[in-house]
Design a protein around this ligand. Structure first.
Ligand code: AP5
Ligand code: MG
Length: 220
């Protein structure tokens, strides 16, 4: 599978699409946000510091991110490909990622821009709920994504939870950070001719179909 980078605002569907792509191509899904949430819930000083930043949608320092991601990519399951969801998110991270990949004789081959406006993203964020046990994600505001029974996981019957940063205030801060730090990366990848834009307002299945057709272009 091609080495993909997502550029997408909060709730555009990075996690949703990454899971689908990874199960289609049998590569590991590395959610940078999930890696950080694991550290933030550890109760250590480092965890508390990260938790505070995540609540306000502030990006964690590059040196920490490089250490975290390099450590994860060194694991054996990444040898035949992987999908990073949530990195890079700034110009400096894009340069660091290029360096990281160069060491592995790899490069970014495709940048998927999942386009979604503020209001739709806010609606998705404030309705999202996920299962702390099996990781399935639901949405109480979106038909087709609601759990069968309110607040209960369809698959393992565990009570669903909301992310700490899934409220209107944190969302606004995350969206601002996205516009300020991440969106300018469109120019960086545009100059490399790697951008493909996808309307993320479509259903998750339609978005996935479009992504697969882009990934399969040129394959015989
Ligand atoms: P992260 O966890 O990555 O959060 P985010 O970027 O705000 O994105 P989300 O996870 O909220 O959205 P998503 O695009 O994955 O959407 P999803 O598929 O879940 O990062 C959190 C924080 O960690 C950052 O704010 C920052 O502090 C820190 N951080 C992360 N990366 C960092 C980095 N590189 N450097 C420094 N700090 C970093 O979908 C959302 C909802 O919509 C779900 O309910 C889903 O079911 C629903 N949905 C999905 N697709 C559709 C569809 N097509 N139609 C209708 N509903 C849909
Ligand atoms: Mg996500």
């Amino acid at each position: 599978m091609k080495n993909i980078v997502f550029i997408a605002p909060p709730a555009a569907g990075k996690g949703t699409q990454a899971k689908k792509i990874c199960s289609h191509y049998h590569v590991p899904h590395i959610s940078v946000g999930d890696l950080l949430r694991e550290v933030s819930s550890s109760g250590t000083e480092e965890g508390k510091n990260i938790d505070e930043k995540m609540k306000h949608g502030i990006l964690i320092e590059d040196t920490y991110m490089v250490h975290l991601i390099e450590g994860r990519l060194q694991k054996g399951d990444c040898e035949n490909g992987f999908l990073l969801d949530g990195f890079p998110r700034s110009q400096s991270q894009a340069l660091l990622y290029d360096e990281m990949l160069e060491k592995r004789a790899q490069r970014v081959e495709l940048c998927l821009y999942l386009k979604l406006d503020y209001e739709e993203a806010k609606n998705r964020i404030t309705g999202r709920m996920s299962c702390p046990n099996c990781g399935h994600v639901f949405n109480e505001k979106i038909e087709g994504l609601k759990p069968i029974q309110d607040y209960i996981c369809d698959f393992c019957k565990t009570s669903l939870a909301k992310r700490k940063d899934d409220n209107e205030e944190s969302f606004k801060e995350r969206f601002d950070t996205y516009q300020r730090e991440t969106e300018p990366l469109l120019t960086y990848y545009q100059q490399k001719g790697l951008i493909r834009t996808i309307d993320a307002c479509q259903s998750a299945d339609e978005v996935f179909k479009e992504i697969i057709s882009i990934l399969e272009e040129g394959a015989s």
